[in-house]
Design a protein around this ligand. Structure first.
Ligand code: ADE
Length: 497
């Protein structure tokens, strides 16, 4: 029997055919296979991995596209997630992904009735909630304009899709959020998460992996947490679901989901996807004209200032300190503004209740970006301001990374991480402590910044982020305002080709 899947749930479908589906002989851990590589991230026509993949992706309204590549990290993903809509398939012999003809087909599993009805019902609830939310928002807007419309729900949905609007955007903008946090109701989060198809892995590290996923044809980012970092998932989920955190310069949250598979737990965080990736990736790829450098810096500062500020009232938010700010945790959006990601270590504070919530994540920040008071363990961990001061130290280092990549009078330097010339790769706590505390070193500010009236302001700002006395450092709000002023300076930073 083939399953009856509603058309709406099949806006995108991933199917790989001709691949071994059961009883596969897996390559042993060290046995690598060569595979055909055909996807936007391929550097060469072949890649090496533990297995090969073929994924057929049909974006909304588009033609199906085949992505071929290699799989490496998490064999769980290969077996697919327990969803009725998405199946991820792999094969294990060299170039087994090369000559595979793919057709769009419903999964050939034979799910029990509940497995079919469950998602159908959940989907109907989701669509109804979304439509209701949309209808209420639009009706309110129309009322405000004194324009009553006779459009029913179905025509609103039709209208939205005719205009090519983002379904995710509508869902997140509608009234159907949890009320307190910046998230959708939990049931809707779960439903969305289980309709996401993993398309390609765009990053991996100690934290786990980040994938580009597809939800009804729209790209989303899926961060899959490694099991040893589950506290970061809990913390980030908690913050996004309790704090209203919608801001242009904070990574947009969509859903969090936990699933149990065999004996392991999969923890997902689904957010907006940004094609340019992290600021770290972006800086490797291209040098910056001064105006772009300032745009990146101002927007990142706006994100940090928003995190740090406490906003009172029903639409308010506690003050939040990030505690792991670095260029890898800043993303570059398609409009070339930055947004801040990874709230897994964040701490929150409300002045009114004088409540400091430091969570209970055993993880610590990235050593390279640690402020002197963290490295010499003099930080006052009971005082919220202390955490904001450490963020400002790290923000100064991010400004320095941007400044090195800025072209001034035709000169630019290679991308380097902060303290690259003073500590080894993957520095230890003691390596950093010696340089930052004992020797009181800070990164060398490029001389060429002094040649430009605007960028010399940026240089001065870095120095004021790196005062050894934490309370003497600039505040995020001051950084934001000064950078905004610099970017509106009458003598615009020179564009030099
Ligand atoms: N890398 C980490 N998070 C990402 C995101 N949201 N979009 C694109 N690349 C990312």
């Amino acid at each position: 029997m083939t399953s009856e899947i509603p058309r709406k749930g099949l806006l995108m479908l991933l199917v790989a055919l001709g691949l071994t589906k059961g009883g596969v002989v897996k390559a042993s851990k060290d046995q690598l296979v060569n595979c055909t590589c055909e996807n936007p991230h391929c550097k060469k026509p072949t890649c090496q991995g533990a297995w090969c993949t073929v994924v057929l992706v049909r974006e909304q309204g588009g033609h199906p596209q085949v992505h071929r590549g290699c799989g490496n990290m998490n064999p769980e993903l290969c077996l697919g997630r327990p969803t009725e809509f998405v199946h991820h398939h792999c094969c294990y012999r060299s170039f087994c992904n090369h000559n595979v003809s793919l057709v769009l087909e419903e999964p050939d599993v034979d799910p029990p009735l509940l497995l079919i009805l469950g998602p159908v019902l959940a989907l109907l609830v989701l669509v109804a909630l979304g439509a209701l939310g949309l209808w209420r928002v639009r009706r309110r807007q129309e009322k405000q304009r004194g324009l009553h419309s006779d459009l029913g729900e179905s025509s609103l949905i039709l209208k939205a899709s005719e205009q090519g609007d983002s379904m995710l955007g509508d869902l997140l903008d509608s009234d159907c959020t949890t009320g307190s946090g910046s998230g959708l109701p939990f049931l809707v989060q779960r439903t969305v998460a289980r309709q996401v198809a993993l398309v390609e892995c765009v990053g991996k590290g100690r934290y786990g992996e980040v994938w580009r996923g597809s939800w009804h044809g729209e790209s989303v980012a899926v961060k899959i947490f490694s099991s040893r970092d589950e506290q970061s998932w809990f913390r980030e989920t908690e913050i996004y679901n309790t704090v209203l955190l919608r801001h242009d310069n904070i990574l947009g949250f969509i859903a969090s989901d936990m699933t149990s598979r065999n004996s392991s737990t999969q923890l997902w965080l689904i957010t907006h996807f940004h094609e340019h990736g992290s600021l770290y990736d972006f800086l490797q790829r291209q040098p910056l004209e001064p105006q772009l450098a300032l745009r990146l810096a101002v927007s990142a500062a706006c994100g940090l200032a928003h995190l740090h500020v406490e906003i009172f009232g029903t639409q308010g938010k506690p003050a939040i300190a990030h505690r792991d700010l670095k260029s890898r945790n800043v993303l570059v959006k398609s409009d070339l503004q930055c947004c801040i990601a990874d709230l897994g270590l964040a701490v929150m504070h409300s002045q009114g209740s004088d409540y400091l919530d430091i969570g209970n994540n055993p993880r610590v920040g990235t050593k390279r970006y640690m402020a002197p008071e963290v490295l010499d363990e003099q930080i006052r961990t009971d005082c919220f301001e202390s955490y904001k001061w450490t963020d400002v130290w790290a923000f100064g280092l991010v400004l320095w990374e941007i400044a090195r990549r800025t072209i001034i009078n035709g000169i630019v330097e290679d991308y380097k991480p902060p303290f690259y010339d003073m500590v080894p790769n993957d520095p230890s706590f003691d390596d950093m402590k010696k340089v930052v505390c004992t020797d009181q070193q800070t990164p060398t500010i490029p001389n060429r910044l002094a040649a430009d009236p605007v960028l010399s302001g940026l240089a001065q700002m870095m120095r004021e982020c790196w005062y050894p006395n934490p309370s003497a450092r600039l505040t995020a709000l001051r950084i934001k305002k000064t950078l905004q002023k610099l970017s509106h300076h009458p003598e615009k930073p020179k564009v030099t080709h």
